[in-house]
Write a new protein. Structure first.
Lengths: 118, 117
């Protein structure tokens, strides 16, 4: 069965420092991979996605993620964190074969809460 | 574009009562999804619709849960009778039609926080 693991429940970084949030997936075929961000009291917003091609994908708000098939990972990075990046981040995987033209059949990780120190 | 609109934002009810959560998707989006978010289980897909038709309801936890989409602009998720373990945040999301959805993300509402006492 598909699964997504985000090993870090909570991470604290200083403003201006670099950030890497880890995501590992378990899936037999090539998945579609996503990162979403959730601010307090809000719904989720898509940061970036990987379907195929270049394994380094750029997203909104200065985030990027790299797909590494050999490690079954899709880690999210940002070179310099801003206080407004404090939120919860979710990695998700979708079944490429049963994609059906929709991103709704996503399997989400449990999320990583990011705190930013001044 | 007002985005996906959910109501109410907060719902507190007593065990055994019926609860109805509402969702208005973004106009033109023909996929609609209901998710539940809890600390223990994270985000779970409950059900999704395409063109108002339920496609996959395998995530609906029990018969106490039901969802409808009577038209393209409205969906409900009903819990009857409600139980304390149903306490969670329920999200509705929508997305564009298949031919364009490869580049279209899910658009989430702000959720309904349900507390069953």
């Amino acid at each position: 069965a598909q699964s997504v693991t985000q090993p870090d429940i909570h991470i604290t970084v200083s403003e201006g420092a670099s950030l890497e949030l880890r995501c590992n997936y378990s899936y037999g075929a090539t998945p579609y991979l996503f990162w979403y961000v959730q601010s307090p009291g809000q719904g989720l917003q898509l940061l970036l996605k990987y379907f195929s091609g270049d394994t380094l994908v750029q997203g909104i708000k200065g985030f990027e993620a790299e797909f590494k098939r050999s490690q079954s990972s899709f880690n999210l990075r940002k070179p310099s964190v801003h206080w407004s990046d404090a939120a919860e981040y979710f990695c998700a995987v979708s079944d490429q074969r049963n994609y059906g033209g929709s991103q709704g059949n996503l399997i989400f990780g449990k999320g990583t809460k990011l705190s930013v120190k001044p | 574009d007002a985005g996906v609109i959910q109501s109410p934002r907060h719902e507190v009810t007593e065990m055994g009562q019926e609860v109805t959560l509402r969702c208005k998707p973004i106009s033109g989006h023909d996929y609609l999804f209901w998710y539940r978010q809890t600390m223990m289980r994270g985000l779970e897909l409950l059900i999704y619709f395409n063109n108002n038709v339920p496609i996959d309801d395998s995530g609906m936890p029990e018969d106490r849960f039901s969802a409808k989409m009577p038209n393209a602009s409205f969906s409900t998720l009903k819990i009857q009778p409600s139980e304390p373990r149903d306490s969670a945040v329920y999200f509705c999301a929508s997305s564009l039609p298949p031919q364009s959805s490869y580049n279209s993300p899910l658009h989430f509402g702000n959720g309904t926080r349900l507390t069953v006492t």
